[in-house]
Structures are given as C-alpha cells and as structure tokens.
Design a protein around this ligand. Structure first.
Ligand SMILES: Nc1nc2c(ncn2[C@@H]2O[C@H](COP(=O)(O)OP(=O)(O)OP(=O)(O)O)[C@@H](O)[C@H]2O)c(=O)[nH]1
Ligand SMILES: [Mg+2]
Length: 201
C-alpha cells in the first residue's frame, strides 16, 4: 500500500506581500527551468495541481500547495532559475521574491532537482552555494530517469554524486522513485513537527 496525500488548496504569490503566513512546515522544490519541478509535484500529489510545460520559465510565481498526509504541510514550487530568455527585470523580480521567501524561513527541507541526463551544471553550483546559506538541509532529486536505460543509473549516479546525504532518482513520466520520495518527505514532516519545525506566530 502506498501513501497518499490529500490536496487541500494552493496559494500563489507573484509579490512578496502575497506570501502566505508562516504556519506549516514547508518543503521547497528548486532547480533549473524545465528540470521537471512542476511535473514531479503533480506526480507526488497524484493529480495535476501545478502547470508544467515544454517551454522553460513556465512557473513565474511561488506556488504553495497545501497537502495533508499525517499532518498538513506545504510543498512549494519555486520559479526555475537559469533561464536566459526572460528579461533582466523579470529575473530581478524573481530574485526579490525568492529572497523574501527565504527570509521567512519556514522551510524544513529543500529539494534540489537535477536532470539525470545532465548532472550538476553551472547554474546548479550557484544554487548549491545559495542553499549552503539556508538553514534547512538540501536533498538532491534527479529527474527524468526514464530517459536513461536502467543499467546506466548506478555508474551515472556515482559520476555525479559522492555525497553522503540521500539522493533520489525519479521520473514523473514512469513514476519510478516517486513513492520512495513521498515516504521520505512524509517522515521528514513528522520529524520537523516533533522537533524543530516553524513556531506558531
Ligand atoms: N521524459 C520526461 N519528461 C519530463 C519529466 N518531468 C518533466 N518532463 C518534461 O519536461 C518539461 C518541463 O517540465 P516542468 O515540470 O514544466 O518543468 P519545471 O521545472 O516546472 O519548469 P519551469 O516551471 O519552467 O521552471 C515538460 O515538457 C515535461 O513534460 C520526466 O520525468 N520524464
Ligand atoms: Mg514549473
């Protein structure tokens, strides 16, 4: 039997003053444009709640999906970075919004999504540097694993990644790795509520 989450609602923020009250543990989904953030969220939730698209830069707001497993929490879809075709002004707007988001610090965990075909690119290293300054830890989630034959997974993973923290290999297309990730996140929310989650305001 696999765990299910109940989808409750979404809060969309284009501007800082639209960010929701800091009330629940938040797990962020971060990564380059087109890496598959929205698609993975839809697969984790089990229904199409986030808009996904072949055009990079689709998600331009921060979307807070309120979900309920054992406890309620937010899965947070952040705008993809490293997409050069948007204007400088748009990019600065995103940065302001993401910085304002980070300053709220309700995140208990960050998921850094990385395309399994490409591994860590320059933009990922920049994100990593930013994440290193955040309070909550980061877990790497490789996406689009269906594009790589199974026999190549192990050496490929070893070539990208020698970290000791867990890394997940997933596909929103085939669903591989998604149940494991959902269980891990469920446990993580539980732990954060038992100990060091965000305090009531
Ligand atoms: N084959 C395959 N394609 C995928 C997978 N996940 C996402 N895609 C495709 O990749 C494209 C981008 O997916 P999105 O989920 O919109 O990516 P995103 O990271 O949310 O993109 P932005 O919102 O633009 O930052 C879409 O065409 C998806 O169908 C996957 O696991 N396998
Ligand atoms: Mg998206």
């Amino acid at each position: 039997m696999s765990l299910r989450w109940q989808y409750e609602s979404v809060v969309t923020a284009f501007l800082e003053n639209q960010l929701p009250r800091r009330e629940l543990p938040e797990i962020t989904v971060l990564g380059r444009s087109n890496v598959g953030k929205s698609s993975l969220i839809n697969k984790l939730v089990g229904q199409k709640v986030a808009r996904s698209s072949g055009t990079p830069g689709k998600t331009r707001s921060i979307n807070f999906f309120r979900l309920k497993g054992k406890h309620p929490f937010y899965l947070v879809d952040l705008p993809g970075y490293g997409y050069s075709a948007v204007s400088q002004e748009t990019r600065q707007g995103w940065k302001r919004l993401v910085d304002a988001y980070a300053a709220r610090s309700a995140a208990v965990l960050h998921l850094h999504l990385v395309d399994f075909r490409h591994g860590f690119l320059k933009a990922d290293e920049q994100l990593r540097a930013w994440l290193a300054h955040q309070e909550a830890p980061t877990v790497t989630v490789f996406t689009k694993a269906d594009k790589i034959p199974r026999g190549k997974w192990k050496p490929l993973l070893a070539s990208y990644y020698s970290g000791k923290e867990p890394a997940f290999v997933t596909s929103a297309e085939s669903g591989v790795g998604v149940d494991e990730l959902r269980l891990f996140l469920e446990d993580y929310v539980d732990l954060s509520l038992a100990g060091n989650g965000p305090e009531e305001e």
